[in-house]
Design a binder for this molecule. Structure first.
Ligand SMILES: Cc1cc2nc3c(=O)[nH]c(=O)nc-3n(C[C@H](O)[C@H](O)[C@H](O)COP(=O)(O)OP(=O)(O)OC[C@H]3O[C@@H](n4cnc5c(N)ncnc54)[C@H](O)[C@@H]3O)c2cc1C
Length: 438
């Protein structure tokens, strides 16, 4: 039977909302959990790696899939993997790597579940080459709260597939996922860091980098002096045929402090040190996939470093055309406000057609960075939103806790059809916010 648990939060620990959950420990618990929760409403929950309120239930009742993590089948000849939604991407990677396969797309933490990766159609550092997670889904089983089971794939019930990939968990409960893994030469990467003195360097490097570099990302020092706006490191990497085993990693727990040690002084110091001394001073190096894809996982619970007030991540995408000017404008707004922290990341998305009706990735450039919750943040976000909206861009619902309904509906025109396909018993705090005043 499903058992309840309390103390659920999103990764940013903002907004605070009272949430409890029924935990699905095995497949037979799912029906019992839904039967218990459907009266007042619920939301499927993965591992709470979404930053804002998209993983919080409007009713305060979650159906937690984090323990329903079994692998149903894996064919090492074809790379076809079928698993329950709670399977962690890190565990899938380990199993796959042992037989020469890997995840085709992965976000920046190994703790994400398969269900969460599908529901937010997550992206990695290789969107140009591989698109988003949803592009590699070959089948899903969806359970509606009225008991109806919908099998969907690129051949069957395609509308349900299209609205469930990137569908924010709202079309029903995903109970089974089929994923096409990707052949990989080995668990190691050749990594080449290049120091950027200004933003223009990023765009030049991105243009000159050839297809042989599958993974590209830039780290930007958003607290740099105004005359070095956009300075940072450009990192490109490719998987190589090196079969050495990956050394195990010791994760350090972040201390739970009653205050945040991150203030403008410590953050400036940290960013400055990385810019001047970090990334092995520009020398190429070899790194295993765990350290390359998931550097932040080595400090468990690092989100607590932001203190009890939590933090928000701002992630936008802006179209190709004016991207350099728009990103420069965003960085200037952040610098003038003296906000921002150590995690400003800039990546490029390719032109592949979106895998889901509400998928965030679209052709252009995406900027993401964390902001401690302090005074003046909503004013800054408003200015940044105006700039992104005017450029025809979008914000990422998985990271959001502030977007206005108008901006959302403009950037995600399929919202109305999505609302029509939403399971009537399922709703999130995010969706409720976006559907206000309808
Ligand atoms: C350190 C860090 C780095 C990150 N880097 C990236 C990145 O590079 N790229 C990126 O795209 N994202 C990134 N993210 C965000 C993260 O990948 C997404 O928010 C992801 O969806 C979280 O998955 P989760 O398993 O924790 O699910 P949750 O956050 O718990 O839930 C996410 C959504 O999935 C739905 N869901 C979960 N299980 C089911 C199910 N069984 N059926 C139906 N719906 C379900 C929920 O309802 C919710 O809408 C990062 C997050 C962190 C903390």
């Amino acid at each position: 039977m499903a058992r309840s648990r309390s103390r659920y939060q999103s990764w940013g620990r903002y907004p605070q909302s009272e949430q409890t959950a029924e935990v699905a420990w095995n497949a037979t618990d799912i029906g019992a959990g839904i039967a218990k929760l459907r009266g007042e409403g619920y939301l499927p929950f993965g591992n709470g790696c979404s930053y804002g309120d998209s993983c919080l239930a409007a009713s305060g009742q979650l159906l937690d899939f984090g323990s329903l993590d079994s692998l149903i089948s894996f064919d090492p000849a074809t790379g076809r993997l079928v698993a329950r939604p709670g399977a962690r991407l890190g565990d899938i990677s380990r199993i796959a790597m042992a037989t020469g396969w890997g995840l085709p797309v992965t976000p920046g933490t190994s703790r994400v579940t398969l269900g969460g990766a599908v529901a937010n159609d997550v992206h990695g550092k290789n969107h140009l080459k591989e698109g988003s997670f949803g592009h590699h889904i070959s089948g899903l089983q969806l359970l509606r709260s009225n008991g109806e089971v919908i099998e969907c794939s690129p051949e069957e019930n395609t509308d349900w597939l299209y609205h469930t990939i990137g569908g924010l968990g709202l079309t029903g409960t995903i109970t089974k996922i089929e994923l096409a893994l990707k052949r990989t030469p080995g668990p190691w990467f050749d990594v080449e860091p290049t120091r950027m003195e200004q933003l223009a360097d990023y765009f030049a490097l991105e243009q000159e980098t050839g297809n042989e570099w599958e993974h590209r990302v830039a780290w930007i020092d958003c607290l740099a002096p105004k005359n070095s706006l956009g300075r940072g490191w450009y990192i490109r990497a490719r998987s190589i045929a090196d079969q050495r085993p990956v050394p195990s990693r010791i994760n350090i727990p972040a201390p739970a402090l009653p205050f945040s040690p991150l203030n403008s002084l410590t953050l400036k110091l940290f960013n400055n040190t990385i810019f001047h001394l970090g990334y092995r001073r520009g020398n190429s190096y070899r790194q295993d996939y765990m350290r390359f894809f998931y550097p932040l996982d080595s400090v468990s619970g690092w989100n607590r470093l932001y203190g009890p007030a939590g933090f928000q991540q701002y992630q936008c995408v802006v179209p190709d055309g004016d991207a350099e000017d728009v990103i420069r404008e965003l960085l200037s707004l952040i610098a003038s406000a003296g906000q921002g922290s150590f995690l400003a990341v800039l990546k490029r998305f390719g032109s592949r057609h979106a895998a889901g009706a509400l998928s965030f990735p679209r052709e252009g450039y995406t900027l993401a960075l964390d902001f401690p919750n302090r005074q003046g943040l909503s004013e800054l976000f408003q200015k940044m939103d105006d700039c992104v909206q005017a450029a025809g861009g979008a914000l990422y619902p998985a990271k959001d806790a502030h977007m206005s309904p108008d901006f959302f509906r403009m950037a995600y025109p399929a919202w109305e059809q999505h609302e029509a396909m939403r399971d009537p018993a399922i709703n999130s705090c995010f969706w409720q916010r976006m559907m206000e005043d309808r």
